[in-house]
Ligand binder design. Sequence first.
Ligand code: NAD
Length: 253
Amino acid sequence: MARLEGRVAIVTGAAQGLGAGFAKSLAGEGAAVVIADIDDGGAAIADILAAHPDARLLDVPTDVSDEAACQALVAKTEGHFGGLDILVNNAKGRFRYAPFEELSAQDWDAMFRVTVRGSFLCAKAAAPGMRARSYGKIINLASGTVFKGAPGMLHYVTAKGALVAMSRSMSRELGPDGICVNTVAPGLTLSENILANQEIYGDAVQDAMIQSRALKRAEVPDDLVGAVLFLASPDSDFMTGQCMVVDGGSVNH
Ligand SMILES: NC(=O)c1ccc[n+]([C@@H]2O[C@H](COP(=O)([O-])OP(=O)(O)OC[C@H]3O[C@@H](n4cnc5c(N)ncnc54)[C@H](O)[C@@H]3O)[C@@H](O)[C@H]2O)c1
């Protein structure tokens, strides 16, 4: 039997990129999956259905920085599929690469509004139903940069660090009700967005990243699937408040 048969998942920011891949993998393991992106999720749904024609899917366009929208997202999910077991907070805010003195307060707020506030609001909306069912998995997407720092992305790295801290504290509050909260911290991964921004993440940056790893190759989206499925599945039921770094051994955390 598929590992997530009968489970229901929301993946935020899943219209494309890593989130779309997580949604596809969760569906492949039998979970019903809700795509919750500010953009239309139609293409992601078509791609999942091409691979898994029986997949149970729902597209709920959502701005995760809007509390009412997050509440509506969870209500629609529970109404449609009968509950919510897995929340993957994958959406991230608008990113601009710049030395930190050149980042504006607007750049800072835009990053935090989606990445931190959005993850908090989605978890807050999901928690009551998970508590009622005494089961839940919340997975927050952090970044390996939290553990080693990175230039030109202070708003991003700081927001991702906040997610690690938030997950630890949230795990303490939700643990008594059987709800696990963990983070996955990827290294630089060849997602659509990275491939489209080669002026930032070009060959020199990629080569330096590869050399920093114990496993000397580029990281691809499929490298992250195992960790997300593990944290979404009962295999990790006694693991919470943790951060899994999946970066080929660049950071030892
Ligand atoms: N790709 C990498 O190298 C890498 C490395 C470390 C961590 N991560 C993290 O993994 C996640 C996915 O990475 P990616 O490269 O696919 O990112 P991405 O920027 O391509 O995708 C983010 C998604 O979030 C959506 N989004 C933006 N604002 C939103 C909002 N207000 N409400 C709902 N959705 C919104 C976007 O439409 C987009 O589909 C991110 O959290 C990212 O920080 C990625």
